[in-house]
Design a protein around this ligand. Structure first.
Ligand SMILES: [Zn+2]
Length: 229
């Protein structure tokens, strides 16, 4: 079933073929309702190859812009292919505040490259992020991070051959031009492995020390109260 824009009728498509995707604003997997549809008459006159529609996210009501290729123009209708390009992709999230400042800046840019589908730019920024992180971790930090990543590989059950490019990006010491070219799938693994590595090296420690500090604070407050009572 195709999506059709008809003169005088607007957009039509089967109710059970509604568009669902991960919303770039709220992050929910939600249905999208057409909100702003181009005028059929002007499309039939200009016959563009692509058509842009604004949808509304069912979960958060934010507008989501999608671009469709036109399949066919006939007398009074425009038929679109069901495949579309998302103009805004969901942002990758991370507890950035726990990272060293320099690493945070680089890793934010790395994730922005990933969201934009620039997977080799992403790999380069991952390398810069890890170098900065190892500096921040100090003596033995790189080795500790390496051990965390080995554990992650084992937990995720990734074979050595598939894991080699990931390891090379994270721990290789060569030039940027020596970085391997990554596919979308490999970049996805790199993303999850690096998030896990940063979690283990920075976020976990930060959360735990903060939580223990809070516990200690309340215990000493209570003790003070007991003493004064
Ligand atoms: Zn939403």
């Amino acid at each position: 079933m195709a999506i059709v824009i008809e003169q005088d009728q607007g957009i039509t498509s089967d109710a059970d073929e509604r568009i669902g995707l991960e919303c770039p604003y709220c992050g929910m997997y939600a249905h999208m309702e057409p909100q702003s549809v181009p005028d059929a008459a002007s499309l039939l006159r200009d016959k563009p190859k692509h058509v842009g529609l604004v949808y509304k996210c069912d979960a958060c009501d934010e507008p989501v812009f999608l671009r469709f290729a036109v399949r066919e123009y006939t007398d009074n209708r425009v038929e679109l292919y069901r495949n579309f390009v998302e103009l805004e992709r969901p942002k990758e999230r991370f507890a950035f505040s726990y990272l060293p400042k320099h690493t945070e800046v680089l890793f934010r840019e790395a994730l922005s490259c990933y969201s934009g589908g620039n997977f080799n730019a992403f790999a380069s920024m991952c390398r810069r992020s890890t170098i900065s992180a190892f500096d921040a971790l100090g003596e033995g930090g790189k080795l500790r991070a390496f051990e965390e990543v080995m554990v992650a590989q084992e937990i995720a059950g990734i074979d050595d051959e598939s894991f080699a490019p990931i390891k090379s990006v994270l721990f290789g010491s060569g030039q940027h031009e020596d970085l391997p070219l990554l596919t979308h799938a490999q970049a996805g693994i790199l993303l999850e492995v690096l998030k896990d590595m940063f979690y283990q090296c920075f976020v976990r420690r930060g959360k735990l020390t903060r939580a223990i500090k809070v516990r200690r604070f309340f215990v000493s407050e209570n003790n003070d109260n007991l003493v004064s009572a």
